[in-house]
Design a protein around this ligand. Sequence first.
Ligand code: IPM
Ligand code: MG
Length: 361
Amino acid sequence: MKLNIACIEGDGIGPEIVTEAKKILDKVAEVYGHEIVYTNVLMGGASIDVHGVPLTEEAVNAAKAADAVLMGSIGGDTTTSPWYKLPPELRPEAGLLGIRKALNLFANLRPAVLYEELSDACPLKKEISSAGFDMMIMRELTGGLYFGERYTTEENGIRKAVDTLTYDENEIRRIAVKGFDIAMKRKKKVTSVDKANVLDSSRLWRKVVEEVAADYPEVTLEHMLVDNCAMQLVKNPAQFDVILTENMFGDILSDEASMITGSIGMLASASLNDSKFGLYEPSHGSAPDIAGKGIANPIATILSAAMMLRYTFDLDKEADAVENAVKTILRKGYRTIDIMSEGCTQVGCKEMGDLLADEIN
Ligand code: IPM
Ligand code: MG
């Protein structure tokens, strides 16, 4: 099979982790007989430095021309980087939001799994972490507060800022359908997370999710308020299968979920539209403080590449091989610094990539 992949290395640790993910994809291609063509695409700070904007039309077109996009991370240190002296619409993050919108990537899948081998890195109490957990956060990605009307103004000498949270029923329905479809392939439970005790957008969310649920009689649906969900994630994470939620809640809850897996360096993500096309990126940021030091954990990006093999290319066997390599290497005791624990062998970003590539054969 020929795999046409656009690569956005991005900023900070982005180039390092994408290099390791490509190493893994190349090994998969070699072992399973595929051909990969990569096209490099600039986005975020890297694009600002060259073009003065975080995302160009050419970049969007190059991404559209590929089957899938593999991304590292974008952004810099918000207090020191010159990118953050620019107006908000010209900063690195605007490039990421722009490409999500331009490619209609409304469904963001963020799997949070506690690997047995990493239970020591899990900050939860033993009696909670010992139950393990395996959840999929399904985050709406192109609506809500992120894309509603936004402005800053001054009224009678008082500064005022407005952000708007809007959803229409179609936006809610299509993400709900994706959530239930995924649940059918898992433990058949959907927890829809909202703030329906306060927000109108959440009350509509709840109604539409219930309408969709009617088409999935095998799936158990429960509603949970977002504040309670934040609490339940640390109290009893094993209860979750699919968490279905809007953009902002999903942003926050997925960081929380990643931390209880031991490190945000482990959490992959896929952002999908209505076709097979997807953008695959780790859920973590560009970690400018450790960029270039060779110590970043490439696993989230590598697991994102595995999601690409599974969701865009339907290469389940190949995806399994990558995921199993991660488990094996963890079992053998290799760790990057973020997940290091006593008795393990600490390795850098490149070494971790090499070890994983060796496991695929
Ligand atoms: C994420 C990130 C982005 C988001 C930022 C970088 C705009 O936090 O992918 O979770 O908020 O969506
Ligand atoms: Mg986030």
